[in-house]
Design a protein around this ligand. Structure first.
Ligand SMILES: [Zn+2]
Length: 358
């Protein structure tokens, strides 16, 4: 997700700050204009920091529940409008999606209860609800309740929308449940954009994020439906020609030209080493053998890997042309990018969607 800077990690989950994040600091400070003092600036920054600690706890709750259910968590990215957990392989089964989605808002409710206890013990005034004025413990408590409530709006891709989709998928297939959740999400997103123009542009920003994000969810669901159940072995080219590392480069060009994606696997006495592409066949200056022009970092898959999301992320997201398919270190096939795209395209057009996202 765009450019971001790693600021640390919690239990192996990297936390990153998106480049647009400093915008928030500027936007919070600008409205006070001429009256800005060092003290009000410091208070503003501490307030933002406290709020974002709560947001990080919210995202970590999603991440830890996801990890316990077998998903891998890439990182947490902090944006001016909140945090995003990058978890691969979602949504998974409805029960998984429900548990992962609800974990974030529940963390904010728990934080609010904790802050209420602290506030009560310290004798702070906790009522009436206020976020912009009053004791910090009270402001933070109400902010956490607001975060929980706001995230539970049934607008996918927000947490409440994922809860809704998970509940809808109990009685429908994934695509139908998503389409319905997306329609509700877009309606709420549009209402937020319009309400934001009237009350607070911040709301418009988030509404726009919801509206665009809902469309992306629909496309992802179309891809899942298109290739759901398909494995790498269903689309790969089986038993491809392999080239030995010791072959002279001068003799392999015709084999590469004849292969479907002009990429072939390279082996060393039967064991897989890497891939070689027709346009790299000259290799570095002085290259003489296949070994010299072999890409040893080329991606490799297993025949039982699902096409979505593993093969899609391996080839399309990383802009690779082919991946070797291995079983016990031996080449059993090659998955070519165009074949994978064709499989996705066949599926998505038959579902009435013209293109998939990249
Ligand atoms: Zn969340």
């Amino acid at each position: 997700m765009g450019r971001s800077l790693r600021i640390g990690s919690v239990k192996g989950v990297p936390i990153r700050v998106h480049w647009s994040f400093p915008l928030l600091v500027v936007l919070v400070i600008l409205p006070t204009g001429a009256k800005t003092t060092t003290r009000s600036l410091a208070e503003g920054l501490i307030w933002i920091a406290a709020l974002f600690v709560c947001i990080v706890i919210h995202e970590l709750s999603h991440s830890f529940v996801a990890r316990r259910r077998g998903f891998s968590v890439r990182d947490i990215v902090l944006l001016p409008i909140g945090g995003v957990s990058e978890i691969t392989g979602l949504p998974g089964a409805p029960a998984d999606e429900l548990a992962i989605a609800i974990a974030g808002p529940l963390a904010n409710v728990a934080l609010a209860l904790l802050l209420a206890l602290v506030g009560y013990a310290a004798g702070a005034v906790m009522w009436p609800p206020a976020i912009l004025a009053g004791a910090v413990v009270s402001r933070l408590m109400w902010a956490n309740l607001l975060l929980a409530g706001f995230n539970l709006l049934p607008a996918i891709p927000m947490d409440g929308g994922r809860v809704l989709r998970a509940l809808l998928s109990r009685r429908r297939d994934d695509l139908r449940a998503t389409v319905l959740a997306v329609q509700i999400g877009r309606f709420i997103g549009l209402a937020m954009v319009l309400a934001g123009v009237r009350y607070d542009l911040w709301l418009s920003f988030i509404g726009l994020f919801v509206f665009v994000g809902a469309g992306a969810e629909r496309q992802a669901a179309a891809v899942r439906a298109a290739v759901g159940g398909l494995k790498v072995s269903d689309v790969m080219v089986q038993d491809p020609t392999t080239l030995e590392v010791s072959f002279p480069l001068s003799v392999v060009a015709p084999f590469l030209q004849a292969s479907p994606g002009r990429v072939l696997p390279v082996v060393d006495r039967g064991r897989y080493v890497g891939l070689i592409a027709a346009d790299r066949v000259t290799g570095p200056p002085g290259a003489f053998l296949v070994a010299d022009a072999t890409d040893r970092d080329a991606p490799a898959l297993s025949p039982d890997d699902p096409l979505y999301p593993i093969a899609v992320e391996c080839l399309i997201a990383c802009r690779r042309r082919a991946a070797a398919v291995l079983e016990d270190g031996r080449v059993v096939g090659v998955l070519y990018g165009p074949h994978l795209e064709a499989a996705l395209h066949r599926g998505t057009t038959s579902l009435g969607t013209s293109r998939i996202g990249r």
